[in-house]
Design a protein around this ligand. Structure first.
Ligand code: PLP
Length: 392
């Protein structure tokens, strides 16, 4: 392997990136072009739910690529029908539309809710979303997001996304009116810094939206596919939403996302929704392999157990080092620091020798952990040891 780095100037600048190239991955580990190894607790941003280059995904890709890559979305294909069936069998939803990114799935959810509002609620089009929420980077999903400052960067926004507050039912109630079609939220706000909606809030939201005759949409792009210890996070609140979106983990690293809805809500007419790559067999074959793995006996209980273990260990670490504490759900967790050293810690963790550690700091006072769902106790312990050294 050559040590000279390729020129990166032809890549459009969108964010600061460290001066290294990852060339190989296996399970919880990544290697850069010099052969240095990194323990990865970011995993493609909560995407590689089975770790780097898992055999299930390698096989699904190789086998499907040799059979059929894309017959066009105008025709059925077997993997997409199988995956849709398995998703509906394991959720409260009846129908699935596949897309490529979380943002695109959320665009679909917004369109479906607006269509439903036109047909069944006298043209209602508003979707109440939450402050600090993150729903994607298209113009509509940025407008739906409650990230501070996002209302101005690409002004004017798409109208119709009034903002309520997390775990504050009255703030939602106050915004409901004749124009309201739906409420949309993440069961755990990921990008905002791992802020869980509590079960009482989710239950009350379900009751409120049902009583008002409006839809409840859960954005499970980050929380879905086992991340929180159940297949979907909404299950833990004992509610049945009308619409759900999936992304990230469902593809295990390849571009695949999904919009799921109950029969009563599915009101698209021909031509309303589509997309060149929707439900292509190559990606949905991967989705099937991922879902089969996550649904295998013992897999989700282990996510739950390892999530509890990580939670306990982070609590000890916080107490030992004088930090605030930890929070999260399953294997989506955050350590809350007593200072704003998050970004500096992420940098120092990556620079550790001989092996680096990849972490994420969505807020200056937070370190977020989103390991592969099949991460081992040993890997968790190793991460904690490296982190303990850094915090000292
Ligand atoms: C990552 C994320 C998205 C956007 O997904 P993309 O694939 O980046 O478009 C939307 N919603 C939530 C909750 C996310 O975490």
């Amino acid at each position: 392997m050559t040590t000279a780095l390729p020129d990166t100037n032809a890549l459009m600048w969108v964010t600061a990136r460290p001066d290294l190239f990852f060339v190989q991955g296996s399970g919880a580990w990544l290697s850069d072009q010099r052969g240095k190894r990194y323990l990865d607790f970011v995993q493609g941003w909560a995407v590689n739910c089975l770790g780097h280059c898992p055999p299930q995904i390698q096989n699904a890709l190789a086998q499907q690529a040799a059979r059929l890559i894309n017959p066009s979305p105008a025709f059925f294909n077997e993997p997409s029908a199988r995956l849709a069936q398995k998703l509906t069998e394991n959720s409260c939803f009846d129908r699935v539309f596949f897309a490529n990114t979380g943002a695109e799935a959320n665009e679909g959810a917004i369109k479906l809710a607006r269509k439903w509002g036109q047909k069944f609620r006298e043209g209602a089009y508003e979707i109440i979303t939450l402050e600090h929420s993150f729903h994607g980077r298209t113009i509509a999903t940025m407008s739906a997001s409650g990230k501070p400052g996002w209302d101005r960067i690409f002004a004017p926004q798409v109208p119709g996304f009034p903002k309520a507050r997390m775990n504050d039912l009255e703030s939602v109630e106050a915004l409901i009116g004749p124009q309201t079609a739906a409420v949309m939220l993440e069961p755990v706000q990921g990008e905002a810094g791992v802020i869980p909606a509590n079960s009482a809030f989710l239950k009350a939201l379900r009751e409120l939206t049902t009583a008002e005759g409006i839809l409840l949409i859960v954005d499970e792009v980050q929380t879905g596919m086992g991340r929180t210890g159940t297949l979907f996070a909404y299950e833990q609140a004992g509610i049945a939403p009308d619409i759900m979106t999936l992304g990230k983990g469902i593809g295990g690293g390849v571009p695949l996302s999904a919009l799921l809805a109950t029969e009563a809500v599915c009101c698209f007419e021909a031509g309303d929704q589509g997309g060149t790559y929707n439900g292509n067999p190559l990606m949905t074959a991967v989705g099937l392999a991922v879902l089969d793995t996550v649904l295998a006996p013992g897999f989700l209980p282990q996510v739950k157990a390892n999530g509890e273990y990580l939670s306990r260990q982070l609590q000890y670490l916080a107490e030992e080092m004088g930090h605030e504490g930890e929070r999260g759900s399953g294997l989506l967790r955050a350590l809350v620091l007593a200072d704003e050293r998050g970004p500096a810690l992420v940098e120092a963790a990556r620079r550790l020798e001989p092996e680096g550690l990849l972490l994420n700091s969505p807020r200056p006072n937070l370190i977020r952990f989103m390991p592969a769902l099949n991460v081992s106790r040993e890997e968790i312990d190793q991460m904690l040891e490296m982190l303990r050294g850094l915090l000292r």
